[in-house]
Design a protein around this ligand. Structure first.
Ligand code: 13P
Length: 246
């Protein structure tokens, strides 16, 4: 059985007090389930202290270099030293606003793996690419370039996340069938480039306007192993409904 997982991406939201309250509310509602919270860097230490074994803590980014004179950057080693377990890599907002390309993303993945972090690798097409019909080609390039030089052992700690850009923060979710098509395509790619066993084991999340009202329907698809949730993860009861829908 593949692991199913729900990951919150808080993006650049919450003051420290708001973050503390949100985590406390999530702990009160989560029961015996598990979720990952990718919180802003400044909240990582507090989040880690508040978390118990039902909550994994993740960062939203890391530097593509190991350490040194890179003012303002955060290294994989720093994240690992907080006890952080996960890190989002290659989110489309980083690609768009901070010009990250597949080479940077590949370097970040390698640093994350070296520091025993589980990277959550995001990929996905724009609306224009979807309308043109070449989105699977775009996704193939994103995934293959991001995973360049990674071996099967490396890949066993990677979580994949399909996030069509046109579905992020727009309220326009991909239909379960649209998401499933891409998940099957990427799983096949992993099977061809690595092995059928690894492809069957790797966790592929969907992200883009996931809400409690559409989560169940999305999770019915057999290649969708959970969700990366933005806006809806900032409300504890809404987020927990998604966690319980898996
Ligand atoms: P929304 O759930 O707000 O659409 O964001 C998705 C996302 O970007 C998660 O990383």
């Amino acid at each position: 059985m593949r692991r199913k997982i729900i990951v919150a991406n808080w993006k650049m939201n919450t003051s420290l007090d708001e973050a503390i309250n949100l985590i406390i509310d999530i702990k009160n509602l989560i029961g015996d389930d598990y979720a990952v919270l990718c919180v802003p860097y400044t909240h990582l230490g507090t989040a880690q202290e508040l978390a118990d074994d039902r909550i994994g803590i993740g960062a939203q980014n890391l530097c593509s270099r190991e350490e040194g004179a890179y003012t303002g950057e955060i290294s994989g080693k720093m994240l690992a030293s907080f006890g952080v377990e996960y890190v989002i890599v290659g989110h489309s907002e980083r690609r768009k606003y901070f010009s990250e390309n597949n080479t940077d993303i590949n370097a970040k993945l390698k640093i994350a793996i070296k520091n025993d972090l589980s990277p959550i690798l995001c990929f996905g097409e724009s609306l224009e690419q979807r309308d043109k019909g070449n989105y699977l080609e775009i996704i193939k390039t994103q995934v293959e370039e991001a995973l360049q030089d990674l071996n099967a052992q490396d890949l066993s700690s990677v979580i994949l996340a399909y996030e069509p850009i046109w579905a992020i923060g727009t309220g326009q979710t991909a239909s379960p069938q649209q998401a499933q098509e891409v998940h099957v395509f990427v799983r096949k790619l992993i099977s061809e480039n690595y092995s059928p066993e690894l492809a069957n084991k790797i966790c592929i999340l969907y992200g883009g306007s996931v809400k409690s009202s559409n989560a169940k329907e999305i999770f019915k698809e057999k290649d969708i192993d959970g969700a990366l949730v933005g806006g809806a993860s900032l409300n504890a009861s809404e987020f927990i409904k998604i966690v319980k829908a898996i």
